[in-house]
Design a protein around this ligand. Structure first.
Ligand code: CMC
Length: 431
């Protein structure tokens, strides 16, 4: 990369020139990579609020405008006109596929949807009441044992096979985690169905009766998958990159990403949000919860509100809200009390000074749970669905990192504020 500008940093009486680079979109970056060697100082940025950890060509977010682009294409256009497997191709390879490329890609993914038969026995080691995310962290990590022939990260062919395997098998694994938790038999994938339709089938079919995929739910599921497919350097993606920077195999890295996603500040927010909306229950209780969210002494936060990057509407939330209206309307449950509470809560919060001044808007998790609930998913499946949808993003980012010649092991520094060196004393003398 060629520097476009120079930043000048003065410490005491010395000045350091720092190269700057200009992106195709977004703010310029100051390269501090040699600062420690030159000036013997570190930079300090807990939570990486101002630090670019890599360069990337995959996803761009403009948080002020509320804009999200996958490889340059606006999320609204993709949600309206594309479908999840085409978006997977776009994220993985950088361009929209030709018709032939798409047919070939879909065939490759479809041929990999089944999991190794022995995995069925592996599942049985988990307690029946395990959270499906707990099962997924374990099973995806174990994929490196089941698919050892695609763990050599130096081999581009193995990297490609691992990517296809994960995109294909994560829905199967998530559906198996669900079936296991409700005590029903696993349902094998059906290759005649679409990616989203097959997932619904694996979750809701039972051997004793015919299951017909509802096309409305299939479309809504596919849209949820597209909206969650990537989100640049968020916590779980950064976890995948950091794990991968040591040379760890891709299955282990994605398992690390799933573990990170589970937290309620990240992907776990969709479960927490629906549970919160249900706890609120009726519109008249909203002021009580708004007051709690504003109270500095109360740890309660309005789940599904706020975002590290978006200081405007999360564009995914807008599409999700439309989808919620559409799905609940078509299912004839538009008077769903949870949807009514969500809409009123959004309206009240968006007029409240606290939320306005802090630029807190609904995020992707605010409406997704309502749709998933209407589809028949328990709240514990919301985050696994986020995880299987985000798998393509994680894998695309991981592949980009591995192919980067300048890639190094991730190794942040620290501002040490602990004890200075002191001498050990024997326990008997410590009083
Ligand atoms: N409800 C009430 N107050 C909030 C909320 C909220 N949801 N979110 C942020 N704030 C307040 C926060 O208390 C702080 O106030 P103050 O400046 O007085 O200390 C201020 O807004 C800034 O918050 P922050 O925690 O410093 O901001 P952040 O960028 O570190 O956190 C966030 C972003 C998403 C973790 C946070 O907004 C949050 O916890 N939201 C609720 C959980 C949620 O919906 N997460 C899903 C995010 S989108 C999907 C995903 O990433 O997976």
């Amino acid at each position: 990369m060629t520097p476009t500008k120079t930043a000048r940093l003065t410490i005491d009486d010395k000045t350091y020139d720092l190269p700057m680079y200009s992106p195709t979109l977004g703010p310029d970056v100051v390269d501090i990579g040699k600062l420690y060697a030159q000036a013997d100082v570190f930079t300090f940025d807990p939570g990486f609020t101002s630090t670019a950890a890599c360069d990337s060509t995959i996803t761009y977010i403009d948080g002020d405008k509320g804009e999200l682009l996958y490889r340059g294409y606006p999320i609204e256009q993709l949600a309206e006109q594309s479908h999840h497997l085409e978006v997977c191709y776009l994220l993985l390879y950088g361009e929209l596929p030709t018709k032939t490329q798409l047919v070939d890609f879909e065939a490759r993914v479809t041929r990999h949807t089944m999991v190794h038969e022995q995995m069925h026995y592996f599942f049985r080691g988990f307690r029946r009441d395990s959270h499906p995310m707990a099962t997924m962290v374990g099973v995806v990590g174990a994929m490196s044992a089941f698919y050892h022939d695609s763990t050599d990260i130096a081999d581009p062919w193995q990297r490609e096979v691992a990517a296809i395997r994960m995109i294909a098998k994560l829905p199967t694994i998530a559906a198996m985690a669900y079936k296991y938790s409700v005590g029903q038999p696993f349902v094998y994938p059906k290759n005649s169905l679409s990616y989203a339709g097959n997932f619904l089938h694996m979750c809701f079919a039972v051997p004793c009766e015919e299951y017909v995929v509802n096309p409305i739910l299939e479309k809504a599921m596919d849209r949820i998958m597209m909206l969650h497919a990537d989100h640049e350097q968020n916590a779980s993606t950064s976890t995948v990159r950091l794990a991968g920077s040591s040379g760890a195999n891709p299955f282990a890295c994605i398992a690390a990403g799933i573990a990170c996603l589970w937290g309620p500040a990240h992907g776990g927010a969709n479960q927490a949000c629906l549970e919160m909306l249900r706890e609120i229950g009726t519109v008249d209780r909203i002021p009580e919860f708004i007051a709690r969210a504003k109270d500095k002494n109360d740890p309660f936060r309005l789940m599904g509100f706020g975002h590290r990057v978006y200081k405007n509407f999360d564009p995914r939330a807008k599409v999700m809200k439309e989808s919620a209206d559409e799905v609940l309307g078509l299912l004839g449950v538009e008077n769903n009390p949870t949807l009514q509470v969500a809409k009123e809560l959004e309206r009240i919060a968006l007029e409240d000074d606290y939320f306005i001044s802090k630029k807190l808007y609904p995020n992707v998790d605010f409406y997704s749970g309502i749709i998933l609930d209407a589809m028949g998913f328990p709240t514990s499946m919301f985050t696994p669905i986020f995880a299987l949808s985000r798998t393509v993003g994680w894998i695309s980012q991981w592949k980009e990192m591995i192919a980067d010649k300048n890639q190094k092991i991730g190794r942040p520094r620290q501002l040490y504020i602990g004890a200075t060196q002191r001498d050990y004393t024997a326990v008997a003398t410590r009083g």
